[in-house]
Design a protein around this ligand. Structure first.
Ligand SMILES: [Zn+2]
Length: 277
């Protein structure tokens, strides 16, 4: 059963209707009708509503989605509670700079940006970045770069932000936690630019890297193997008119997660890209 968003009811999906008009038209081409018939009987998927013949089907009705959301929320709360009792929060999402002076400059940059002086704020971040040596551990300077990229695109300097992300990609080398953050940041920028489809792909890659880093850190309990806990995916799929594709993508990912450690990243990336095209 699926939910038809047009009829607002649950329906059993059917194939789109057989069209005699098309069949007869193609019959004039001598062989076209064969392909038409083959397509109809063999290849066509049952992806239409039997009442309105539209393909506005989704797995869940809005009410069901709301219900799931509440359940998910509840699971998250339990998990957060468990975490607060046991594992301590890793520093990978916070702006830890390991340097007092840099810290001060970044705070000043925040204030300056909020006051609307975007250019000056970015210059302050550059100053903070200069505190670190060129070949310094990327982990330490990463938060400053991240902040700079954010301010760049938020002040309309998207090209510079992209360039920075590309530079960072090489700096991150094979640090999975940083790569996860990098993909996330790129995703956020794309959302900011309303490019939801590309953002969705970046966010998927971010989750894979995030979960790999969880494996590295022995935090396997935090991995959502079913890809259902974070709403950002469904949300972005909806916003990019790929809502009916998300389940297919999710199936690919869930299957790949059977062996997460050895997940073939490029291959999965390509498969996802194809489905979301
Ligand atoms: Zn319908």
């Amino acid at each position: 059963m699926k939910y038809c968003n047009s009829c607002k009811r649950h329906v059993e999906p059917v194939k789109s209707k057989w069209s005699w008009k098309w069949f007869l038209l193609l019959a004039l081409t001598l062989v076209g009708w064969i392909f038409y018939a083959m397509n109809h009987f063999i290849f066509k998927k049952e992806d239409r509503c039997p009442y309105c013949d539209m393909d506005q089907l989704s797995k869940l009705s809005p009410e069901e989605r709301e219900q799931r959301k509440r359940k998910r929320q509840h699971r998250l709360e339990i998990r957060a509670e468990e975490l607060s009792q046991g594992t301590d929060e890793m520093a990978d999402n916070t702006m830890i700079t390991y340097d007092k002076e840099a810290e001060k400059l970044l705070q000043e940059a925040t204030r300056t940006f909020e006051d609307g002086d975007w250019g000056k704020a970015i210059k302050l971040i550059d100053k903070a970045i200069k505190i670190y040596d060129e070949d310094e551990e990327v982990l330490e300077v990463f938060p400053a770069f991240k902040k700079k990229a954010r301010y760049l695109y938020q002040s309309g300097r998207n090209d510079e932000a992209w360039e920075l992300y590309n530079t960072l990609y090489h700096k991150c080398d094979s640090n999975r936690s940083l790569l996860a953050q990098l993909f996330e940041e790129k995703g956020k920028m794309l959302i900011y630019e309303q490019k939801h489809l590309v953002a969705l792909r970046e966010m998927i890659m971010a989750k894979i890297y995030r979960d790999w880093s969880y494996l590295d850190q022995g935090r396997e309990v935090e991995i959502d193997y079913e890809w259902t806990e974070n709403e950002v995916f469904v949300d972005l799929a909806e916003k990019s008119d790929r809502e009916n594709r998300w389940e297919e993508v999710r199936a690919i990912l869930v299957e790949a997660y059977d062996d997460l450690e050895n997940l073939p990243f490029a291959e999965v990336n390509l498969k996802v890209k194809k489905v979301l095209r």
